[in-house]
Write a protein that binds this ligand. Structure first.
Ligand SMILES: Cc1cc2nc3c(=O)[nH]c(=O)nc-3n(C[C@H](O)[C@H](O)[C@H](O)COP(=O)(O)OP(=O)(O)OC[C@H]3O[C@@H](n4cnc5c(N)ncnc54)[C@H](O)[C@@H]3O)c2cc1C
Length: 406
């Protein structure tokens, strides 16, 4: 934090103010969701007495580690509504934030390799169309037209039987997204405070009135948790038990290549997903490690399987070399859907459980979480995603659309 910023880096990354004694709203976690929440609190609700407290550096958690897939083709109406709201927001963000977030609508192809995959995919295409979401079912040859290096040979071990395709889906550049949101929030008066770990909560009876941090106590009218991967541990310190488990999730990139992969391809069944970054790396995601953990690294055998799957789907990758691998910590709910809402503790709000797929939701998560914090009530889009569903049983099971890490 003491070094001088390189000229091309925005100065809010380096300023790092001391936390003030009190704020109207404290957001815990400066990942994409925390930053988007701060931005929409200021923009949509005029609430600018806000601090975003980050234990590490700005957007150095999952926001820096994800594979940036953006799509909205989930199965259930509730999910389709919130993810489609996000997709529409993504479309306007570069102009709104005046920042090139390299949002590239290159389409996302979800492959089917079994009859069950085909049934799930065809059903989801139908459901998506009824929700007004662009969705197509492609046969193997049509899939190969979208991605010519895809192996659609009927002789492969798990032949491609077809796939769902969402043309408006794509990728964006995650650090640009974080900086764009942070810059606007900073301009509107939000304090972005790095190296400030929230270690506990200040309570007055059943009410949260502030947070304990590694840089002292901070009073707060309202506290919003946006600490993906650490949500259950943190909430427990405030007396709230969340139905969330943390798992390592990995990805890797190859060295740089000329453009060979024009879209995004995902396969639940052989379990890999691939896109090509703007710079040229092949970006490949793996599945979650099965054990619970908080280390930002995963097991080697997961990468090994992921590579085997990638080479089967794209034989040309056998000549590519891995440049680097990394892991993040994602928090997973029983129905593979997120939690955004109030808690039993007054003034404490949670946004968590986005599992392997919360990057795509960043603007909508921020939009709805900001609304929930500002008004004390969930936004219509996150009413179905509050904690109540775990007692009413109205779960939103998205394992079919969210099973592969993405
Ligand atoms: C390998 C990988 C690939 C992924 N690929 C995709 C994808 O292609 N598409 C997609 O939609 N999603 C993807 N995801 C999921 C997505 O990254 C997450 O769902 C999303 O980033 C979570 O929201 P966030 O950005 O706010 O999280 P984070 O960036 O993790 O932000 C949470 C922040 O909270 C901070 N924090 C935690 N505890 C404390 C504390 N006590 N005090 C202060 N700060 C704290 C952390 O340091 C962190 O910076 C992927 C995730 C991983 C790991």
């Amino acid at each position: 934090m003491t070094a001088q910023p390189p000229p091309e880096h925005p100065d809010f990354l380096w300023r790092n103010p001391e936390p003030r004694a009190s704020y109207d709203v404290v957001i815990v976690g400066a990942g994409g969701h925390g930053l988007a929440t701060a931005y929409y609190l200021a923009k949509n609700h005029g609430i600018t007495d806000v601090a975003v407290l980050e234990k590490g550096w700005l957007a150095g958690g999952n926001m820096a580690r994800n594979t940036t897939i953006i799509r909205s083709n989930y199965l259930w109406d509730e999910s389709a509504a919130i993810y489609e709201h996000a997709l529409k927001l993504w479309e306007g963000l570069p102009a709104e934030l005046d920042y090139d977030i390299l949002f590239s609508r290159r389409g996302v192809l979800n492959l089917a390799h079994t009859l069950q995959d085909v049934r799930e995919g065809v059903r989801r295409v139908g459901a998506n169309r009824l929700s007004g979401i662009d969705a197509q079912w492609l046969g193997p040859e049509e899939a190969a037209e979208v991605c010519p290096i895809l192996n659609v040979s009927p002789r492969s071990r798990y032949p491609v039987l077809g796939g769902t395709f969402q043309p408006r889906a794509g990728i964006a550049k995650h650090d640009h997204v974080a900086w764009a949101l942070a810059r606007r929030a900073d301009e509107m008066g939000v304090d972005l405070i790095q190296g400030c770990e929230v270690t506990g909560f200040l309570k007055d009876g059943d009410r949260v009135v502030g947070v304990r941090t590694s840089r002292g106590r901070v009073l707060a009218g309202r506290v919003g948790l946006a600490a993906a991967g650490h949500s259950s541990v943190l909430a427990e310190r405030a007396g709230v038990r969340l139905p969330v488990q943390s798992h390592p999730l990995q990805a890797l990139v190859s060295e740089l290549h000329e453009p060979v992969h024009p879209t995004v391809v995902m396969s639940n069944h052989v379990h890999v997903y691939v896109s090509q970054a703007h710079k040229g790396e092949l970006v490949m995601g793996a599945g979650v490690d099965a054990y619970n953990g908080y280390g930002q690294r995963g097991s080697f055998h997961v990468i090994e399987r992921q590579m085997a799957a990638a080479v089967e789907l794209f034989p040309v990758f056998a000549r590519a070399h891995v440049l680097r691998t990394w892991g993040g910590i994602v928090d997973v709910t029983p129905d593979a859907s997120p939690i955004i809402g109030t808690t039993a503790v007054e003034n404490l709000y949670v946004n968590c459980g986005w599992g392997t797929g919360g990057f795509k939701a960043t603007p909508a998560a921020g939009w709805t979480f900001a609304h929930t914090i500002a008004t004390g009530e969930p936004h219509p889009l996150n009413v179905p995603f509050t904690l109540e569903r775990f007692t009413t049983g109205a779960l939103i099971d998205e394992h079919g659309a969210a099973a592969v890490a993405h």
